[in-house]
Design a protein around this ligand. Structure first.
Ligand SMILES: [Zn+2]
Length: 263
């Protein structure tokens, strides 16, 4: 901006310097980019007054006008800052709202996942603690302690479950396999140490699907029924015992019933 007007005889240098200071103030503000649109008005005001510059009154008016412009600039700067602050506050509120929605969704998903896991654990616990028949849907075809020349001890040390050859034989409950292989008169046989400390034994199998040391759950298939060993035909010989040894047998039907199995 140029200050080219002729020096009036009444104009006071002090006023000029004050006006110049204000104009300079406007120029300084415009460089911030905040109130750039007001700068031309300041210049126009200065030019108008320059054309009619006849003395002190005009100079004072100019000075006053510049002050008004500065005031308006300041007010507009305040208004713009307020708008910026409000926009920033709105942006933050929106971000917090979205974060809250996300937090709630995550908490809900976590709760649902925990519910599913808890239900799965409960179902698994129930399955492991539920005893069942060693051959699904079968029945006792030869009872415990029944006599006959077939058994070396003179009486039946377990029960026979009806089963055609190749029927699925399952663990009646959860436990660990302690014997899996040839058992003489029992043919292919499996002995499981149950989790409650008792033992169950499965004989005359056509095949064995487990090995010693393996953990089994209730209902897990451990082999297939057959007629191996001292047997007159396909069936499952089943014993309940207090130890893994032959001769520690207990009533297998009572044992299964004590564990909640209908037999
Ligand atoms: Zn038998």
């Amino acid at each position: 901006m140029a200050f080219t007007r002729a020096a009036g005889k009444h104009r006071r240098p002090s006023v000029l310097s004050r006006k110049s200071a204000n104009i300079a103030g406007v120029a300084a503000l415009t460089t911030t980019g905040v109130i750039g649109t007001l700068a031309p008005q300041a210049i126009a005001a200065e030019q108008d007054l320059a054309a009619e510059d006849t003395g002190t009154i005009r100079a004072v008016a100019l000075d006053h006008s510049a002050e008004t412009v500065a005031q308006r600039i300041e007010e507009q700067a305040h208004a713009q800052q307020k708008a910026l602050d409000e926009a920033e506050a709105a942006r933050k509120a929106e971000a917090e709202r979205k974060a809250e929605i996300k937090r709630k969704a995550e908490a809900k998903a976590k709760k649902e996942r925990e519910e599913r896991e808890r239900a799965a654990r409960e179902a698994e616990r129930k399955r492991l603690n539920t005893f069942r028949l060693p051959v699904a849907g079968s029945y006792v075809s030869t009872s415990y302690k029944s006599g006959g020349s077939l058994w070396s001890s003179g009486s039946h040390s377990g029960v026979d479950f009806h089963a055609s050859s190749g029927s699925s034989v399952v663990a009646v409950g959860s436990g660990t396999v302690v014997e899996a292989g040839w058992g003489g008169a029992y043919g292919n046989n499996i002995v499981i140490r149950m989790n409650d400390g008792s033992y169950t034994q499965y004989g005359h199998l056509s095949s064995i699907n487990v090995s010693v040391g393996q953990s089994v759950g209730s209902g897990d298939q451990i082999g297939l029924s057959g007629s191996t060993g001292n047997s007159t035909g396909p069936h499952l010989h089943f014993e309940a015992r207090t130890s893994p040894e032959y001769g520690s047998d207990i009533d297998p039907v009572a044992y299964l019933r004590e564990h909640g199995v209908s037999v």
